[in-house]
Design a protein around this ligand. Structure first.
Ligand SMILES: C[S@@+](CC[C@H](N)C(=O)[O-])C[C@H]1O[C@@H](n2cnc3c(N)ncnc32)[C@H](O)[C@@H]1O
Length: 253
């Protein structure tokens, strides 16, 4: 069982916050195009692990895909539920939401496709958990079924400096202005990066502190993990989203 890091505050602010969901919410096609290029079958349910606020879930449902959306955070699921309520009922009813741990989730029947957009793989900040995720994908897929995943790579500056602090301002869709300070700490040996983020809303005295951590993966390690878990690697695009990250396709053998 992994920790729930995406609490109510982060879930609510996720799509607007730099370093978190802002880039994807501003340029959804850049990140989602990979999934639309490869997913075909709209008659069988697609399993989505780590659906977050639904930045892939909602576009998939709008395009006619049937999606089982699994996220461990009930507050992320609430944000997605709110977005689905704003959609036409024909779109909303294509999505089934499960607040569950992707590592132990077991669907009613095997899926053809599992999607893991924008980082669930690296949001599990431990090699054993990452392997457990691929093992869960293996259990949930039929033979020949495929994983489609994307995740960012660490910024070289953070790896080089090991510790770095940055400050930025942003405005939410509701019009709130925030100052965001993030301290990044990278450990080259474990490949784990911790982000201590402090949000200060203009005009409000309190500060909200959030810590998230990631474990980044090298191409060779990713390939090794997938093969060890019973997958054949079909493609690892190291230039995904304009060079920001990896996009991976792997098939259950
Ligand atoms: C980096 S966010 C990505 C969110 C989303 N996919 C997107 O496109 O922005 C990682 C998501 O994975 C979820 N998560 C973390 N650990 C999980 C687990 N063990 N099982 C299911 N979801 C998990 C978090 O709650 C969060 O919503």
């Amino acid at each position: 069982m992994s920790d729930v890091q995406y609490d109510q505050f982060l879930s609510r602010i996720y799509d607007d916050a730099p370093y978190f969901g802002q880039a994807r919410s501003r340029e959804p096609e850049l990140f989602n195009g990979f999934y639309f290029k490869h997913l075909r079958d709209k008659t069988r349910r697609v399993l989505e692990f780590g659906s977050g606020t639904g930045m892939l879930t909602v576009p998939l449902a709008r395009a006619g895909f049937l999606v089982d959306s699994v996220d461990i955070s009930s507050s992320m699921q609430e944000v997605l539920a709110g977005k689905l309520r704003a959609e036409d009922s024909s779109v909303a009813k294509r999505v089934r939401q499960f607040t569950a741990d992707a590592l132990s989730y077991l669907g009613e029947e095997p899926y053809d496709s599992i999607v893991m957009p924008e980082g669930l793989v690296i949001a599990l900040p431990d090699r054993a958990l990452q392997i457990a995720l691929f093992e869960s994908c293996h259990r949930n897929l039929r033979k020949g079924g495929r994983i489609y995943a994307d995740f960012v790579q660490p910024r070289y500056k953070v790896v080089y400096e090991q510790k770095l602090q940055e400050h930025t301002r942003f405005r939410t869709r509701d019009g709130d202005e925030y100052l965001l300070s993030v301290t990044f700490r990278n450990d080259r040996h474990s490949q784990v990066e911790e982000w201590d983020a402090v949000f200060a809303r203009k005009g409000a005295p309190e500060r909200i502190a959030v810590t998230v951590s990631f474990r980044f993966l090298f191409h060779s390690e990713l390939q090794f993990m997938l093969e060890r878990c019973g997958f054949k690697v079909i493609e690892i695009d190291v230039n995904h989203a304009g060079g920001l990250g990896f996009a991976v396709i792997a098939e259950k053998v």
